[in-house]
Design a protein around this ligand. Structure first.
Ligand SMILES: Cc1cc2nc3c(=O)[nH]c(=O)nc-3n(C[C@H](O)[C@H](O)[C@H](O)COP(=O)(O)OP(=O)(O)OC[C@H]3O[C@@H](n4cnc5c(N)ncnc54)[C@H](O)[C@@H]3O)c2cc1C
Length: 422
Protein backbone atom coordinates (compact mmCIF):
# COMPACT_ATOMS: atom_id res chain seq x y z
CA UNK A 1 0.00 0.00 0.00
CA UNK A 2 1.35 3.45 -0.87
CA UNK A 3 2.04 5.82 2.00
CA UNK A 4 1.47 9.55 1.60
CA UNK A 5 4.08 11.71 3.30
CA UNK A 6 3.46 15.22 4.53
CA UNK A 7 5.27 17.37 7.03
CA UNK A 8 2.30 18.53 9.11
CA UNK A 9 -1.09 16.90 9.34
CA UNK A 10 -4.05 18.79 10.79
CA UNK A 11 -7.00 16.65 11.92
CA UNK A 12 -10.31 18.51 11.58
CA UNK A 13 -11.34 21.48 9.42
CA UNK A 14 -13.52 23.48 11.75
CA UNK A 15 -12.42 27.02 12.51
CA UNK A 16 -9.39 25.63 14.39
CA UNK A 17 -8.19 23.55 11.41
CA UNK A 18 -8.72 26.45 8.99
CA UNK A 19 -6.77 28.85 11.24
CA UNK A 20 -4.02 26.27 11.66
CA UNK A 21 -3.73 25.85 7.90
CA UNK A 22 -3.47 29.61 7.39
CA UNK A 23 -0.62 29.95 9.89
CA UNK A 24 1.22 26.86 8.63
CA UNK A 25 1.00 28.34 5.12
CA UNK A 26 2.36 31.63 6.43
CA UNK A 27 5.30 29.76 7.99
CA UNK A 28 5.88 27.80 4.77
CA UNK A 29 5.17 24.42 6.37
CA UNK A 30 3.89 21.86 3.84
CA UNK A 31 0.72 20.43 5.35
CA UNK A 32 -2.59 18.70 4.79
CA UNK A 33 -5.90 19.06 6.65
CA UNK A 34 -8.12 15.98 6.87
CA UNK A 35 -11.79 16.50 7.71
CA UNK A 36 -14.25 13.65 8.12
CA UNK A 37 -17.23 15.79 7.04
CA UNK A 38 -17.26 19.20 5.40
CA UNK A 39 -15.43 22.38 6.37
CA UNK A 40 -16.99 23.69 9.61
CA UNK A 41 -19.17 20.58 9.70
CA UNK A 42 -20.27 21.03 13.31
CA UNK A 43 -21.62 24.51 12.55
CA UNK A 44 -23.79 22.89 9.88
CA UNK A 45 -24.94 19.60 11.36
CA UNK A 46 -24.43 19.69 15.14
CA UNK A 47 -26.37 22.90 15.90
CA UNK A 48 -30.05 23.81 15.93
CA UNK A 49 -31.62 25.58 12.92
CA UNK A 50 -32.02 29.06 14.40
CA UNK A 51 -28.60 29.28 16.07
CA UNK A 52 -26.73 32.51 15.50
CA UNK A 53 -23.21 33.37 16.61
CA UNK A 54 -22.82 34.33 20.24
CA UNK A 55 -20.90 37.45 19.35
CA UNK A 56 -21.52 40.19 16.76
CA UNK A 57 -20.03 39.87 13.28
CA UNK A 58 -17.38 42.53 13.89
CA UNK A 59 -15.95 40.34 16.66
CA UNK A 60 -16.65 36.65 15.96
CA UNK A 61 -14.38 36.38 12.94
CA UNK A 62 -10.76 35.96 11.90
CA UNK A 63 -8.67 39.11 11.38
CA UNK A 64 -8.25 38.51 7.64
CA UNK A 65 -11.89 38.59 6.52
CA UNK A 66 -15.02 40.48 7.52
CA UNK A 67 -18.54 39.14 7.29
CA UNK A 68 -20.65 40.76 4.61
CA UNK A 69 -23.48 42.88 6.00
CA UNK A 70 -24.09 44.60 9.32
CA UNK A 71 -21.05 44.23 11.61
CA UNK A 72 -23.36 44.47 14.66
CA UNK A 73 -25.50 41.52 13.48
CA UNK A 74 -25.36 38.04 15.00
CA UNK A 75 -24.65 35.84 12.00
CA UNK A 76 -26.64 32.64 11.43
CA UNK A 77 -24.85 29.30 11.75
CA UNK A 78 -24.92 28.47 8.00
CA UNK A 79 -23.37 31.85 7.20
CA UNK A 80 -20.69 31.17 9.83
CA UNK A 81 -19.88 27.85 8.11
CA UNK A 82 -19.90 29.57 4.68
CA UNK A 83 -17.47 32.13 6.10
CA UNK A 84 -14.93 29.42 6.95
CA UNK A 85 -15.33 27.85 3.51
CA UNK A 86 -14.65 31.25 1.93
CA UNK A 87 -11.77 31.86 4.30
CA UNK A 88 -10.13 28.54 3.39
CA UNK A 89 -10.55 29.34 -0.32
CA UNK A 90 -8.87 32.70 0.19
CA UNK A 91 -5.47 31.10 0.75
CA UNK A 92 -6.16 27.83 -1.02
CA UNK A 93 -6.05 25.74 2.16
CA UNK A 94 -5.06 22.12 1.44
CA UNK A 95 -8.18 20.62 3.02
CA UNK A 96 -9.37 17.15 2.06
CA UNK A 97 -12.98 16.54 3.14
CA UNK A 98 -14.68 13.20 3.76
CA UNK A 99 -11.56 11.58 5.24
CA UNK A 100 -11.61 10.27 8.82
CA UNK A 101 -8.45 9.88 10.85
CA UNK A 102 -8.70 6.56 12.69
CA UNK A 103 -5.40 6.50 14.58
CA UNK A 104 -2.09 8.28 15.09
CA UNK A 105 0.94 6.32 16.33
CA UNK A 106 4.58 7.23 16.74
CA UNK A 107 6.70 5.54 14.07
CA UNK A 108 9.07 2.99 15.54
CA UNK A 109 12.75 3.92 15.19
CA UNK A 110 12.27 7.11 13.18
CA UNK A 111 10.83 10.57 13.59
CA UNK A 112 7.18 11.32 13.00
CA UNK A 113 3.85 9.57 13.09
CA UNK A 114 1.94 6.93 11.18
CA UNK A 115 -1.64 8.02 10.62
CA UNK A 116 -4.33 5.54 9.61
CA UNK A 117 -7.17 7.21 7.72
CA UNK A 118 -10.28 6.05 5.91
CA UNK A 119 -8.31 6.59 2.70
CA UNK A 120 -4.98 5.00 3.53
CA UNK A 121 -1.86 5.74 5.52
CA UNK A 122 -0.23 9.14 5.92
CA UNK A 123 3.13 9.75 7.55
CA UNK A 124 3.66 13.12 9.18
CA UNK A 125 6.35 14.79 11.27
CA UNK A 126 3.81 16.96 13.09
CA UNK A 127 0.18 16.19 13.96
CA UNK A 128 -2.24 18.86 15.12
CA UNK A 129 -5.48 17.63 16.71
CA UNK A 130 -8.12 20.24 15.85
CA UNK A 131 -11.13 18.00 16.45
CA UNK A 132 -13.14 20.44 18.51
CA UNK A 133 -13.76 21.67 22.03
CA UNK A 134 -17.18 20.03 22.10
CA UNK A 135 -16.94 16.57 20.62
CA UNK A 136 -19.15 13.97 22.29
CA UNK A 137 -22.53 14.90 23.77
CA UNK A 138 -22.88 14.07 27.47
CA UNK A 139 -26.27 12.92 28.76
CA UNK A 140 -26.67 11.71 32.34
CA UNK A 141 -27.96 8.17 32.59
CA UNK A 142 -31.03 9.18 34.58
CA UNK A 143 -34.23 8.53 32.67
CA UNK A 144 -34.24 5.07 31.06
CA UNK A 145 -34.97 4.65 27.40
CA UNK A 146 -38.49 3.40 26.91
CA UNK A 147 -39.89 5.67 29.63
CA UNK A 148 -42.40 6.81 27.01
CA UNK A 149 -40.50 9.99 26.19
CA UNK A 150 -38.35 11.37 23.43
CA UNK A 151 -34.92 12.21 24.83
CA UNK A 152 -32.19 14.00 22.95
CA UNK A 153 -29.03 15.97 23.48
CA UNK A 154 -29.01 19.65 22.50
CA UNK A 155 -26.84 18.75 19.47
CA UNK A 156 -29.79 16.77 18.05
CA UNK A 157 -32.42 19.48 18.65
CA UNK A 158 -33.36 21.29 15.43
CA UNK A 159 -36.58 23.30 15.94
CA UNK A 160 -39.88 23.22 17.89
CA UNK A 161 -41.84 21.61 15.02
CA UNK A 162 -39.49 18.61 14.98
CA UNK A 163 -40.57 17.63 18.53
CA UNK A 164 -43.67 15.64 19.39
CA UNK A 165 -46.63 17.65 20.68
CA UNK A 166 -46.62 18.30 24.41
CA UNK A 167 -44.56 19.96 27.11
CA UNK A 168 -40.76 19.95 27.01
CA UNK A 169 -38.24 19.71 29.82
CA UNK A 170 -34.87 21.29 29.02
CA UNK A 171 -32.11 20.23 31.40
CA UNK A 172 -29.21 22.67 31.64
CA UNK A 173 -29.32 26.45 31.43
CA UNK A 174 -26.05 27.33 29.76
CA UNK A 175 -26.10 29.08 26.40
CA UNK A 176 -27.65 26.09 24.58
CA UNK A 177 -30.32 25.21 27.16
CA UNK A 178 -31.35 28.82 27.72
CA UNK A 179 -31.71 29.52 23.99
CA UNK A 180 -33.57 26.30 23.21
CA UNK A 181 -35.98 26.77 26.14
CA UNK A 182 -36.66 30.35 25.04
CA UNK A 183 -37.31 29.26 21.46
CA UNK A 184 -39.75 26.56 22.59
CA UNK A 185 -41.59 29.00 24.86
CA UNK A 186 -41.88 31.53 22.04
CA UNK A 187 -43.29 28.74 19.84
CA UNK A 188 -46.10 28.26 22.37
CA UNK A 189 -44.80 25.16 24.14
CA UNK A 190 -45.19 24.51 27.85
CA UNK A 191 -41.55 24.57 28.98
CA UNK A 192 -39.76 23.40 32.12
CA UNK A 193 -36.12 24.43 32.53
CA UNK A 194 -33.74 22.84 35.02
CA UNK A 195 -31.28 25.55 36.04
CA UNK A 196 -27.92 24.73 37.59
CA UNK A 197 -25.14 27.11 38.63
CA UNK A 198 -24.43 29.60 35.86
CA UNK A 199 -23.19 33.04 34.97
CA UNK A 200 -25.44 35.25 32.86
CA UNK A 201 -23.55 38.29 31.63
CA UNK A 202 -25.35 41.25 30.09
CA UNK A 203 -25.56 40.98 26.31
CA UNK A 204 -24.69 44.64 26.17
CA UNK A 205 -24.19 47.47 28.64
CA UNK A 206 -23.82 51.20 28.14
CA UNK A 207 -23.82 50.79 24.39
CA UNK A 208 -21.14 48.11 24.18
CA UNK A 209 -21.58 44.37 23.56
CA UNK A 210 -20.37 41.90 26.18
CA UNK A 211 -17.55 40.74 23.85
CA UNK A 212 -16.19 44.31 23.92
CA UNK A 213 -16.28 44.37 27.72
CA UNK A 214 -14.47 41.03 27.85
CA UNK A 215 -11.85 42.56 25.58
CA UNK A 216 -11.23 45.84 27.38
CA UNK A 217 -11.40 44.18 30.80
CA UNK A 218 -8.77 41.70 29.52
CA UNK A 219 -10.96 38.72 30.33
CA UNK A 220 -10.65 36.93 27.00
CA UNK A 221 -7.03 36.42 28.00
CA UNK A 222 -7.89 34.96 31.41
CA UNK A 223 -6.16 31.64 31.99
CA UNK A 224 -7.95 28.66 33.50
CA UNK A 225 -7.81 28.62 37.28
CA UNK A 226 -6.64 25.16 38.32
CA UNK A 227 -9.17 23.44 40.57
CA UNK A 228 -11.80 26.15 40.10
CA UNK A 229 -15.33 24.96 39.39
CA UNK A 230 -16.28 25.57 35.76
CA UNK A 231 -19.55 27.47 35.66
CA UNK A 232 -21.44 27.54 32.40
CA UNK A 233 -22.52 30.90 31.07
CA UNK A 234 -25.87 31.67 29.52
CA UNK A 235 -25.40 34.11 26.69
CA UNK A 236 -27.24 34.44 23.41
CA UNK A 237 -27.15 36.31 20.13
CA UNK A 238 -30.76 35.32 19.38
CA UNK A 239 -33.44 38.00 18.86
CA UNK A 240 -30.79 40.45 17.73
CA UNK A 241 -28.95 40.01 21.02
CA UNK A 242 -30.78 40.01 24.36
CA UNK A 243 -29.54 39.35 27.88
CA UNK A 244 -30.60 35.93 29.16
CA UNK A 245 -32.85 36.58 32.17
CA UNK A 246 -34.43 33.52 33.77
CA UNK A 247 -36.85 35.70 35.78
CA UNK A 248 -38.25 37.03 32.50
CA UNK A 249 -38.60 33.48 31.19
CA UNK A 250 -40.63 32.63 34.31
CA UNK A 251 -42.76 35.74 33.91
CA UNK A 252 -43.55 34.55 30.36
CA UNK A 253 -44.79 31.21 31.72
CA UNK A 254 -41.73 28.97 31.88
CA UNK A 255 -41.39 26.80 34.99
CA UNK A 256 -37.87 26.93 36.39
CA UNK A 257 -36.53 23.99 38.37
CA UNK A 258 -33.35 23.33 40.34
CA UNK A 259 -30.66 20.90 39.23
CA UNK A 260 -32.10 17.60 37.97
CA UNK A 261 -31.17 14.95 40.49
CA UNK A 262 -33.04 11.67 40.27
CA UNK A 263 -35.74 9.66 38.54
CA UNK A 264 -38.02 6.89 39.75
CA UNK A 265 -41.46 5.66 38.66
CA UNK A 266 -42.00 8.41 36.13
CA UNK A 267 -41.09 11.16 38.61
CA UNK A 268 -38.05 13.42 38.25
CA UNK A 269 -36.62 15.07 41.35
CA UNK A 270 -34.78 18.38 41.57
CA UNK A 271 -32.30 19.90 44.03
CA UNK A 272 -33.66 22.74 46.20
CA UNK A 273 -31.04 25.07 44.68
CA UNK A 274 -32.99 27.08 42.10
CA UNK A 275 -33.15 30.33 44.11
CA UNK A 276 -29.45 30.08 44.97
CA UNK A 277 -28.49 29.44 41.33
CA UNK A 278 -30.59 32.35 40.06
CA UNK A 279 -29.22 34.72 42.71
CA UNK A 280 -25.64 33.75 41.92
CA UNK A 281 -26.38 34.34 38.24
CA UNK A 282 -27.73 37.80 39.18
CA UNK A 283 -24.58 38.50 41.21
CA UNK A 284 -22.43 37.53 38.25
CA UNK A 285 -24.50 39.80 36.01
CA UNK A 286 -24.23 42.76 38.40
CA UNK A 287 -20.49 42.20 38.89
CA UNK A 288 -19.96 42.69 35.15
CA UNK A 289 -21.85 46.00 35.33
CA UNK A 290 -19.69 47.06 38.31
CA UNK A 291 -16.45 46.21 36.51
CA UNK A 292 -17.66 47.99 33.38
CA UNK A 293 -18.56 51.16 35.34
CA UNK A 294 -15.21 51.06 37.16
CA UNK A 295 -13.36 50.71 33.85
CA UNK A 296 -15.11 53.73 32.36
CA UNK A 297 -14.52 55.84 35.47
CA UNK A 298 -10.83 54.88 35.64
CA UNK A 299 -10.28 55.69 31.99
CA UNK A 300 -12.38 58.83 31.93
CA UNK A 301 -14.61 57.40 29.21
CA UNK A 302 -18.19 58.56 29.01
CA UNK A 303 -20.62 56.09 27.56
CA UNK A 304 -24.38 56.58 28.07
CA UNK A 305 -25.42 55.58 31.58
CA UNK A 306 -27.88 52.71 31.89
CA UNK A 307 -29.36 52.59 35.40
CA UNK A 308 -32.28 50.40 34.23
CA UNK A 309 -29.81 47.57 33.64
CA UNK A 310 -29.42 47.25 37.42
CA UNK A 311 -33.09 46.51 38.05
CA UNK A 312 -33.55 42.83 38.89
CA UNK A 313 -37.13 41.60 38.50
CA UNK A 314 -39.19 40.06 41.31
CA UNK A 315 -38.66 36.44 42.36
CA UNK A 316 -41.11 34.29 40.40
CA UNK A 317 -43.33 31.80 42.21
CA UNK A 318 -41.20 28.85 41.03
CA UNK A 319 -38.28 30.40 42.95
CA UNK A 320 -40.17 31.02 46.19
CA UNK A 321 -42.17 27.76 46.05
CA UNK A 322 -39.73 25.47 44.23
CA UNK A 323 -40.99 22.38 42.46
CA UNK A 324 -38.88 19.54 43.85
CA UNK A 325 -40.49 16.67 41.97
CA UNK A 326 -42.35 16.37 38.73
CA UNK A 327 -44.50 13.52 37.45
CA UNK A 328 -43.59 13.67 33.79
CA UNK A 329 -46.84 12.17 32.51
CA UNK A 330 -49.00 14.42 34.70
CA UNK A 331 -47.03 17.47 33.52
CA UNK A 332 -47.61 16.39 29.91
CA UNK A 333 -43.88 16.24 29.21
CA UNK A 334 -43.21 14.31 26.01
CA UNK A 335 -39.62 15.43 25.35
CA UNK A 336 -36.51 15.92 27.45
CA UNK A 337 -33.68 17.91 25.89
CA UNK A 338 -30.38 17.41 27.69
CA UNK A 339 -28.31 20.56 27.27
CA UNK A 340 -25.73 19.04 29.54
CA UNK A 341 -22.50 19.61 27.70
CA UNK A 342 -19.81 17.59 25.99
CA UNK A 343 -16.71 15.54 26.54
CA UNK A 344 -13.65 14.95 24.41
CA UNK A 345 -12.54 11.74 22.79
CA UNK A 346 -8.91 11.41 21.81
CA UNK A 347 -8.88 7.59 21.80
CA UNK A 348 -7.59 7.76 18.19
CA UNK A 349 -4.47 9.57 19.37
CA UNK A 350 -2.29 6.66 20.51
CA UNK A 351 0.68 8.74 21.66
CA UNK A 352 2.10 10.02 24.93
CA UNK A 353 0.01 13.18 24.96
CA UNK A 354 -2.88 12.10 27.19
CA UNK A 355 -3.19 11.55 30.93
CA UNK A 356 -4.68 8.46 32.58
CA UNK A 357 -8.19 9.89 32.07
CA UNK A 358 -7.52 10.42 28.36
CA UNK A 359 -7.29 14.21 28.78
CA UNK A 360 -4.75 16.16 26.69
CA UNK A 361 -1.47 16.95 28.45
CA UNK A 362 -0.15 20.16 26.95
CA UNK A 363 0.99 23.71 27.46
CA UNK A 364 -0.64 26.21 25.11
CA UNK A 365 -1.34 23.31 22.76
CA UNK A 366 2.21 21.93 22.74
CA UNK A 367 1.70 18.39 24.01
CA UNK A 368 3.97 16.15 26.05
CA UNK A 369 4.57 14.05 22.91
CA UNK A 370 7.04 16.05 20.80
CA UNK A 371 5.43 16.71 17.42
CA UNK A 372 1.82 16.44 18.62
CA UNK A 373 -0.27 19.57 19.18
CA UNK A 374 -3.81 20.41 20.31
CA UNK A 375 -5.88 23.33 19.14
CA UNK A 376 -9.35 24.70 19.92
CA UNK A 377 -9.76 23.19 23.39
CA UNK A 378 -11.49 25.23 26.09
CA UNK A 379 -8.83 27.33 27.84
CA UNK A 380 -6.07 25.83 25.67
CA UNK A 381 -4.17 29.01 26.47
CA UNK A 382 -6.94 31.27 27.77
CA UNK A 383 -10.65 31.97 27.81
CA UNK A 384 -10.79 32.87 24.11
CA UNK A 385 -9.21 29.59 22.98
CA UNK A 386 -12.39 27.72 22.00
CA UNK A 387 -13.95 30.75 20.33
CA UNK A 388 -13.62 31.93 16.75
CA UNK A 389 -11.36 34.89 17.27
CA UNK A 390 -9.28 33.25 20.03
CA UNK A 391 -8.42 30.05 18.18
CA UNK A 392 -6.79 32.07 15.40
CA UNK A 393 -4.24 33.47 17.87
CA UNK A 394 -3.56 30.05 19.41
CA UNK A 395 -3.03 28.61 15.91
CA UNK A 396 -0.44 31.31 15.29
CA UNK A 397 1.43 30.28 18.43
CA UNK A 398 1.34 26.57 17.49
CA UNK A 399 2.49 27.23 13.92
CA UNK A 400 5.34 29.38 15.23
CA UNK A 401 6.34 26.56 17.57
CA UNK A 402 6.44 24.13 14.66
CA UNK A 403 8.47 26.62 12.59
CA UNK A 404 11.00 26.89 15.42
CA UNK A 405 11.29 23.11 15.67
CA UNK A 406 11.88 22.87 11.92
CA UNK A 407 14.60 25.48 12.24
CA UNK A 408 16.43 23.41 14.86
CA UNK A 409 16.07 20.22 12.85
CA UNK A 410 17.38 21.97 9.72
CA UNK A 411 20.50 23.11 11.56
CA UNK A 412 23.78 21.52 10.45
CA UNK A 413 26.91 21.94 12.59
CA UNK A 414 30.19 22.59 10.73
CA UNK A 415 31.38 19.01 11.31
CA UNK A 416 28.15 17.35 10.14
CA UNK A 417 29.18 17.05 6.48
CA UNK A 418 32.36 15.24 7.44
CA UNK A 419 30.32 12.91 9.67
CA UNK A 420 27.94 12.08 6.83
CA UNK A 421 30.68 11.51 4.26
CA UNK A 422 32.80 9.45 6.68
C1 LIG B 1 -24.12 25.51 20.37
C2 LIG B 1 -22.77 26.17 20.23
C3 LIG B 1 -22.70 27.49 19.79
C4 LIG B 1 -21.46 28.13 19.68
N1 LIG B 1 -21.42 29.42 19.26
C5 LIG B 1 -20.23 30.05 19.18
C6 LIG B 1 -20.14 31.41 18.74
O1 LIG B 1 -21.14 32.02 18.43
N2 LIG B 1 -18.94 32.02 18.66
C7 LIG B 1 -17.80 31.36 18.98
O2 LIG B 1 -16.72 31.94 18.89
N3 LIG B 1 -17.84 30.07 19.40
C8 LIG B 1 -19.03 29.41 19.50
N4 LIG B 1 -19.06 28.11 19.91
C9 LIG B 1 -17.80 27.47 20.33
C10 LIG B 1 -16.91 27.04 19.15
O3 LIG B 1 -16.66 28.15 18.36
C11 LIG B 1 -17.52 25.95 18.31
O4 LIG B 1 -17.69 24.81 19.11
C12 LIG B 1 -16.66 25.58 17.08
O5 LIG B 1 -17.35 24.63 16.32
C13 LIG B 1 -15.29 25.03 17.47
O6 LIG B 1 -14.47 24.94 16.31
P1 LIG B 1 -13.30 23.87 16.18
O7 LIG B 1 -12.74 23.98 14.83
O8 LIG B 1 -12.37 24.00 17.33
O9 LIG B 1 -14.04 22.49 16.37
P2 LIG B 1 -15.20 21.85 15.50
O10 LIG B 1 -16.06 22.86 14.87
O11 LIG B 1 -15.86 20.85 16.39
O12 LIG B 1 -14.39 21.15 14.33
C14 LIG B 1 -13.70 19.95 14.50
C15 LIG B 1 -13.76 19.22 13.17
O13 LIG B 1 -13.00 18.03 13.27
C16 LIG B 1 -13.63 17.01 12.53
N5 LIG B 1 -13.16 15.74 13.05
C17 LIG B 1 -13.35 15.24 14.30
N6 LIG B 1 -12.74 14.04 14.44
C18 LIG B 1 -12.14 13.79 13.25
C19 LIG B 1 -11.35 12.71 12.77
N7 LIG B 1 -11.05 11.67 13.56
N8 LIG B 1 -10.90 12.75 11.49
C20 LIG B 1 -11.19 13.82 10.70
N9 LIG B 1 -11.93 14.87 11.11
C21 LIG B 1 -12.39 14.86 12.37
C22 LIG B 1 -15.11 17.29 12.75
O14 LIG B 1 -15.90 16.75 11.72
C23 LIG B 1 -15.17 18.81 12.78
O15 LIG B 1 -15.47 19.38 11.55
C24 LIG B 1 -20.27 27.43 20.01
C25 LIG B 1 -20.36 26.09 20.44
C26 LIG B 1 -21.60 25.47 20.54
C27 LIG B 1 -21.66 24.03 21.00
Amino acid sequence: MSVEKIEALVVGAGQAGVAMSEHLSRCGVPHLVLEKGRIAERWRSARWDSLVANGPAWHDRFPGLEFAGDPEAFVGKEAVADYFVAYAEKFNAPIRCGVTVHSVERKAGSAGFRVETSEGVVEATYVIAATGPFQKPVMPDLVPEGAGLVQMHSTSYRNPDALPAGAVLVVGAGSSGAQIADELLTAGRRVYLSVGPHGRPPRAYRGRDFVWWLGVLNKWDAEATPGAEHVTIAVSGAKGGATVDFRTFAARGMTLLGRTQGFADGVLTFAPDLAQNIRRGDENYLSVLDEADAFLARNGMSLPEEPAARIIGPDPDCMTNPVLSLDLAQAGITTIIWATGFEQDFSWLKVDALDAQGKPRHQRGVSTEPGVYFLGLPYLSRRGSSFIWGVWHDAKFVADHIAKQRHYLAYRAPGDAALVSA
